[in-house]
Ligand binder design. Structure first.
Ligand code: ATP
Ligand code: IP8
Length: 242
């Protein structure tokens, strides 16, 4: 079994509120639908990060943040259902699962994911808001990936985003940035984070290291070329292996 995350930068234009990349998402989902057994996780893109950033989520409880949390919760469910629908249309019954409802006694309880898998369905988890005693918080899809790596013991953890892999510095800002084909201990620069409230590539990077430390082979691949998933383990592979 694999665990796969589609990054919000592939699903949406992160600079424009709720701008969904229908065609690109459909191409990725189509490719993934050929994989035998997997748990899908997706990020927020401009369905999650835009309003969160504008109204200061995560943070202490205020009237403004409560309103924002309700909007973000709705928008993320909307994004999730678009992906679930695409999987269903591709002949793979899928079930959207928000971590909002899995937060019990200050930790997330993921038992339902196993149940959905046992029914032969694809669990589709996603980054979302959740409520703690004194604050409104956001759980990142990258964090869910490391929890899945720990709990479900998958064969592979595959992270899809909009660049070719981990570079020594942000490839969108530096044209001479070098792709790290196999990450060991090299130092990596992540620069300033914009349009993202959960930590951008730096959090993803830490989650990927965690997945690897849980004994799961972990890869970062450019989802604009979903066929690259097939090249994992082959010499044609383009991406970063952890
Ligand atoms: P989301 O968090 O919405 O799910 P995502 O998972 O697709 O989105 P981002 O958090 O947007 O991913 O991170 C991807 C971005 O990280 C790339 O577009 C790239 O510009 C940026 N980045 C910064 N530093 C690096 C680096 N050293 N190597 C690779 N990408 C980097
Ligand atoms: O994009 C965050 O998930 P991520 C989701 O995987 C929200 O970090 C609600 C911003």
């Amino acid at each position: 079994m694999d665990i796969i995350k589609i990054g919000g930068s592939l699903l949406t234009d992160k600079t424009i509120y709720r701008k969904f990349y229908q065609k690109k998402t459909s191409k990725i989902v189509q490719k993934l639908s050929g994989i035998e057994k997997f748990i899908l996780v997706h990020g927020g893109g401009s369905f999650g990060h835009y309003i969160s950033k504008k109204y200061g989520l995560p943070g202490d409880i205020t009237e403004e943040r409560i309103k924002a949390a309700s909007i973000v919760k709705y928008d993320m469910a909307d994004l999730n259902q678009r992906i679930v629908k695409m999987l269903n249309l591709a002949g793979r019954p899928a079930m959207g699962i928000s971590p909002f409802f899995l937060d019990k006694n200050n930790s997330f309880s993921y038992g339902i994911v196993k149940k959905v898998l046992d029914y032969g369905m694809i669990p589709v988890l996603y980054g979302d808001v959740y409520l703690r005693k004194d604050s409104i918080r956001i759980l990142s899809g990258d964090h869910i990936m490391s929890s899945m790596a720990q709990l479900m013991k998958p064969k592979r953890a595959i992270f899809l985003t909009d660049v070719d892999g981990v570079f020594d510095r942000d490839p969108k800002k530096y044209r001479d940035a070098a792709l790290l084909k196999k990450y060991s201990t090299e130092s990596v620069d992540f620069g300033m984070i914009s349009n993202d409230v959960t930590g951008g590539m730096e959090l993803k990077f830490r989650s990927m290291v965690n997945c690897r430390n849980f004994g799961v082979k972990t890869y970062l691949i450019n989802g604009n070329f979903p066929e690259r998933i097939e090249y994992i383990g082959k010499k044609e592979f383009v991406g970063t292996e952890f």
